[in-house]
Design a protein around this ligand. Sequence first.
Ligand code: CXF
Ligand code: ZN
Length: 363
Amino acid sequence: MKASVITEVGKPFMVVEMEIADPIGAEVAFDVKASGLCHTDLHFATTDFGHQMPALFGHEISGVVTAIGPDVTTIAVGDHVVACLVQFCGKCEKCLSGKTYECKHPEATMRKEGQPPRITMDGQPVNQVMGVGGFAEKALMHENQLAVVNKQIPFAQASLIGCAVVTGAGSAIHAAKVAVGDSVAIIGTGGVGLNTISGARLAGARRIIAIDIDDEKLEAAKKFGATDVVNSKTVDPIQAVKDLTGGGVDHAFEVIGMAMTQKQAVEMCGMGGQAYFIGLAKPGTTIELDTSLQALLDQKGVHGVLMGSVNLKADIPMYADFYVQGRLVLDDLVTQEINISEINEAYDALTKGGIIRSVITSF
Ligand code: CXF
Ligand code: ZN
């Protein structure tokens, strides 16, 4: 099959031929119909996070099931599926208490030592990053990482549910448990930030303040449900949020992954407000916080959020239904559809701005 590999951190993506095995156990094989270019894969390809090379990235995919292993119970041939990078065993106490995103045995979704590799290149195993490996024509994954979705949702839109939507919307709905009437600020209105806005709207937030340095992105944020927009290039975002809310928000989401904006998120919270770090920051990023008497009086909280605290088997089909019912904006997230050979150019364009998501739909 055709696939796009990274052989060394800092090297470009390169289209190559790979071999993919047949499903065994609880594995599902499917034709990839759409594969989104999430910013995380660019981080992983350009900064050393310790991924074994050669690596097959791509974790935002949808497709049609072609074969299943003998132990698969939740998915059938012909189903439309969306993948998610959250790996869970379904048996540990975390999974059984409903926190699959904190699973103690994520390795249960991978083949064991001694079993033949799922994916190879020139006979050598390829690292299927986070169990997905979506920059390829075909995929082979554990059924726990796949959800079956409504066939009415187009593949490009469906693929984005697997990461941008669950991460963004889930941060508001599940991690923050935004309640009807709450006030919310979102710093960074890229693919994930726009979905945080959607999640806050679905949860009934009264005030949804979008913050970015790009007026075009802020205009887009209004379509997703932002009630107010703040350009932090021209005004101080902390003061602006305090002015709009009479003291600060109930929930502030940082979706960029930078120390400066993480600190802003904490500072724009009102009394009892909670800050959520969603964006992936470079290794070693730190912030300083005032932990004196004021911290006790403010009663704020700071949380790291992984993948919007998603329970993927329940949440992904739910978001697909919301889209089909016209209650979740996804069409405006797909900026362009590309060929698998155009990943490098598409990531360059993402870095320069003007792109929300590029989605591979041809191979
Ligand atoms: C990432 C953030 C860093 C850990 C893996 C998941 N989120 C989405 O791309
Ligand atoms: Zn992602």
